[in-house]
Design a protein around this ligand. Structure first.
Ligand code: GLV
Ligand code: GLV
Length: 323
């Protein structure tokens, strides 16, 4: 039977089917599979079921010419060199659709938390300051109104559209920018620079790729309103973090809600972490158990299809099936 490496224990049901179809090796931890161990464990494997934390670069593919298919338990595949995989005829599977609503909830949670200074206020209460300082005043912890404001969505894919649906419930005006044309009722498509200039809240919901790396750079951050809030649940590499920290610390931007960073785990001394107007979470946009079970099932089904010499139901490079 073909050998398959699974880089973490997975939730869901479908993973239990795999041992009937392959010689399955699951990394049992503790923690994430280190890169050096990934290189070793992948020896002789035809299949790899990985997480977004596993870096699958060209060098790794070069070292393992026997590898034939990769199923990632993620919708984003920026951790995989898909071009290099395609050149080798390796099918790459992902898990779209099932995490859309969960991730849109996370975008809105960060948006509201940043707008109303939720984390700062929580720390204030728990730190005893409310009681000790007997602090309360008309301007105490004042934030920013969400209802009736303008939201700009960068990337009107499935998650972006789910964010737009939530915004409608808050009576927000919704602008969006997308690389290809989109026609979504209630959403006004605009140029990216105009979106940034006109929005009170900006939500990043675009995939990371060559065209979107550093999309929100210093110049574009400079177009935003001084009292605007930036939310990113997509990928860290889309926003210039140094420029963002600069803007946030010099009152050129009100706040940010960030679930993703260019380097994860984010280093303790990262300039964004020292700012009170930043709310952060550790890349948990799709983190509900129900959604993670669905994602794991989709990844396992992709792997099962590949093992059965069938097309993966969700493949990002279907061109490998053409030849
Ligand atoms: C989450 O970030 C994913 O790509 O699934
Ligand atoms: C707020 O709690 C108010 O009563 O104004």
């Amino acid at each position: 039977m073909p050998k398959v490496l699974v880089t973490h224990q997975l939730p869901g049901e479908q993973i239990h089917q795999l041992p009937d179809h392959c010689d399955m090796n699951v990394w049992m931890g503790p923690g994430l599979l280190p890169a050096a161990s990934l290189r070793d464990e992948l020896t002789d494997c035809e299949g790899l079921l990985c997480l977004l934390t596993d870096r699958i670069d060209k060098a790794l593919l070069d070292t393992h010419p026997q590898l034939r298919f990769i199923a990632s338990m993620s919708v984003g595949v920026d951790h995989i060199d898909v071009k290099a995989a395609t050149a080798r005829g390796i099918a790459v599977g992902n898990t779209p659709g099932v995490l859309v609503e969960t991730t849109a909830d996370a975008s809105f949670a960060l948006l509201l938390a940043a707008a109303r200074r939720l984390v700062e206020a929580d720390h204030f209460v728990r730190g005893g300051h409310w009681r000790v300082e007997n602090a309360w005043s008309p301007e105490f912890f004042t934030g920013k109104d969400v209802a009736g404001s303008t939201l700009g969505i960068v990337g009107l894919g499935e998650v972006g559209q789910a964010v737009a649906r939530r915004a409608a419930g808050f009576g927000m005006k919704v602008l969006a920018w997308n690389r290809s044309a989109r026609n979504v009722p209630g959403v006004e498509m605009v140029e990216l620079d105009d979106l940034l200039a006109d929005s009170d809240f900006v939500s990043i919901n675009v995939a990371l790729g060559e065209e979107t790396r550093n999309l929100i750079d210093a110049r574009r951050l400079g177009l935003m309103k001084r009292d605007a809030v930036l939310v990113n649940t997509a990928r860290g590499g889309i926003v210039d973090e140094v420029a963002l920290a600069e803007a946030l610390s010099h009152d050129r931007l009100a706040a940010a809600g960030l679930d993703v960073f260019e380097r994860e785990p984010v280093p303790d001394d990262h300039p964004l972490l020292s700012l009170p107007n930043v709310v952060t979470t550790p890349h948990i946009g799709s983190a509900t158990l129900a959604t993670r079970e669905k994602m794991a099932d989709m990844a396992a089904l992709n792997m099962l299809a590949a093992l059965g010499n069938e097309k993966m139901p969700n493949c990002v490079n279907p061109e490998v099936y053409q030849s």
